[in-house]
Ligand binder design. Structure first.
Ligand code: SF4
Ligand code: SF4
Length: 205
């Protein structure tokens, strides 16, 4: 029969010599290899005290973004959940009430939004699917937990803080071309959302 690779090795069942039966040469050879590794540069680090440098576009823990005024950008459209190949995202939509315009950017918002970090494969498809620039992956590494349930992240862990110091910078995840596009106020996508203007427009139609 033709061999599939040239890596096969013929095994010989030959009798062991007296020296080989002592196992000392084999032990000494093993110890030599072990000791030689003592003086090599370590490939491991003391994580989490020490951290390796990671890419600026590393795909780690998600953030749900707020807009310039502090309102949640997510409109619970569900596109991220549909795009997610791991079925890690679930949400419950709710209708925004009068007076909540400062909390939620659109008329519909996610009352519940959960990502199961054990299911997530950090592919970034949710980020690509989102039409509201509401969800981004960040360079934060999901910490370890002891209970499986603790890996289901709700809005308390996903939505960024309102204060400027608590905002998560995601500009590195966007190419120079995208950032340039966003500066152009002529595109509806870039206009600051004004609830009064939006309501007037609707009434007019
Ligand atoms: S990064 Fe990928 S797997 Fe994780 S929630 Fe987003 S779409 Fe799903
Ligand atoms: S994060 Fe984006 S894609 Fe997902 S539900 Fe919210 S607005 Fe839709």
């Amino acid at each position: 029969m033709q061999a599939l690779t040239n890596r096969s090795k013929m095994v010989v069942n030959k009798e062991m010599s007296f020296i080989e039966k002592l196992y000392l040469p084999a032990i000494m050879n093993g110890m030599r290899i072990t000791f030689s590794h003592f003086f090599r540069k370590k490939v491991t680090i003391n994580y989490p005290e020490k951290k390796r440098p990671i890419s600026e576009v590393f795909r780690g823990q998600h953030v749900l973004k707020r807009d310039e005024k502090g309102a949640e950008r997510c409109t619970a459209c569900g596109l991220c959940a549909v795009a997610c190949p791991a079925e890690a995202i679930t949400m419950t939509a709710a209708e925004r009430k009068k007076g909540e315009e400062n909390l939620y950017r659109e008329e519909k918002y996610a009352a519940v939004y959960e990502i199961n970090m054990l299911r997530c494969i950090f592919c970034g498809l949710c980020e690509e699917a989102c039409p509201k620039e509401a969800i981004f992956l960040t360079d934060r590494i999901v910490p370890t937990e002891f209970e499986r349930g603790d890996f289901v992240y709700g809005k308390n862990k996903l939505v960024e803080g309102v204060e400027p110091a608590k905002r998560i910078d995601v500009s590195k995840r966007q190419s120079a071309a995208v950032l340039e596009f966003k500066k152009n106020p002529e595109y509806a996508h870039n206009q600051v959302w004004d609830p009064n203007k939006s309501l007037k427009k609707k009434a007019h139609h």
